[in-house]
Ligand binder design. Sequence first.
Ligand SMILES: NC(=O)C1=CN([C@@H]2O[C@H](COP(=O)(O)OP(=O)(O)OC[C@H]3O[C@@H](n4cnc5c(N)ncnc54)[C@H](O)[C@@H]3O)[C@@H](O)[C@H]2O)C=CC1
Ligand SMILES: CC(C)=CCC[C@@H](C)[C@H]1CC[C@H]2C3=C(CC[C@]12C)[C@@]1(C)CCC(=O)C[C@@H]1CC3
Length: 345
Amino acid sequence: MATRIRPSSKRCAVIGGSGFLGRHLVEKLVDRGYSVSVFDIRQSYELPGVSFHQGDLCDKQALLSALEDVSLVFHCASPAPASDDRLLFERVNIKGTQTVIQACIDAGVQKLVLTSSASVVFEGTDVKNGKEDLPYAKRPIDYYTQTKIEQEKLVLKACDQQKGFLTVAIRPHGIFGPRDPQLVPTLVDAARQGKMKFIIGDGTNLVDFTYVENVVHGHILAAECLRADSPICGKPYHITNDEPVRFWDFMSEILVGLGYAAPRFHLPYGLVYGIALLLWLLTWILRPFMSFKPTFTPMRVALAGTYHYYSCERAKEHLGYKPVVSLKEGIKRTVESYPQLRRGA
Ligand SMILES: NC(=O)C1=CN([C@@H]2O[C@H](COP(=O)(O)OP(=O)(O)OC[C@H]3O[C@@H](n4cnc5c(N)ncnc54)[C@H](O)[C@@H]3O)[C@@H](O)[C@H]2O)C=CC1
Ligand SMILES: CC(C)=CCC[C@@H](C)[C@H]1CC[C@H]2C3=C(CC[C@]12C)[C@@]1(C)CCC(=O)C[C@@H]1CC3
């Protein structure tokens, strides 16, 4: 019988490695001596020690060529939540993840680490110190969340210690940091349009924002702890900064750091949510005639006006996780990384 050559344990692939989190993960893996294959529909940079494979993760043949001799795969690709395109989310996050799992098994990959999201348990109402045993949201707030739930279930169910295919899911929340194309740019855009004067609700709601390097650290710990006899097989793990902060204090620190005024005037949560719902209905009705993307979406209002912070005790206990960058330091590094978004720039 031909013996299969065991892929090097320092050779890994990052699906979605051209994205915000993916690129930070790739950089850290290279620092730690891994050789990395990036698989993504686009190539956004070049880095020594990294090979790029451009393709759609729904295409198994394309994936297989990127997974040659790879023992460890990180899957952090997804369409952006803002696209709100049901068919795209279903194709990439559900069908595409099935393809990723099958390609990993066919290629002899031993470990698959999925980037899930803490939002898989969020239904638009308060979550305080949520643990991993909370049930999945029965009424997810959008298609993105709905398909992230299905994706996580698929990956965790595929874990098979007997066959030597091990899986784990990391659930980060509110990732921020240098090169993030979403949070800071959206916020600054809103501030420049004069839309950041208001605080939705009383402003005391606590939320987790997680500095990108902590999310990367959680992924690498999970990959390195994943063995057939380890309790982490087939389980999800919250990874946060472990420093819940008032949503509006966090927004204000970023805005003030970049030279914009902090929001000051309060608006009742129910009123803003109602307006966002009406606007959403209006854009849905007018969709065939015009395309219009409101800044206030029901999902954003829910994220801005409720508590949603999560316990990462399980990650501390099983993975030895501890944030490596504090929230204060993370905000400082983030603000400094966006000189082009400063007021007047
Ligand atoms: N940014 C955040 O606050 C949070 C993100 N996450 C998850 O983290 C992961 C990474 O997110 P980000 O880095 O923020 O997003 P991103 O949009 O910067 O990166 C996603 C990458 O996936 C790639 N991609 C999308 N569709 C693809 C396809 N069909 N085939 C191959 N590549 C494809 C994109 O080209 C992009 O490079 C995602 O799974 C997201 O759901 C989870 C919680 C919070
Ligand atoms: C905690 C978490 C999951 C954060 C990541 C999501 C963010 C990219 C958005 C979530 C809520 C958004 C939001 C705004 C900007 C982008 C978010 C922070 C506004 C502050 C934009 C301007 C407004 O009119 C109000 C919005 C509230 C929600």
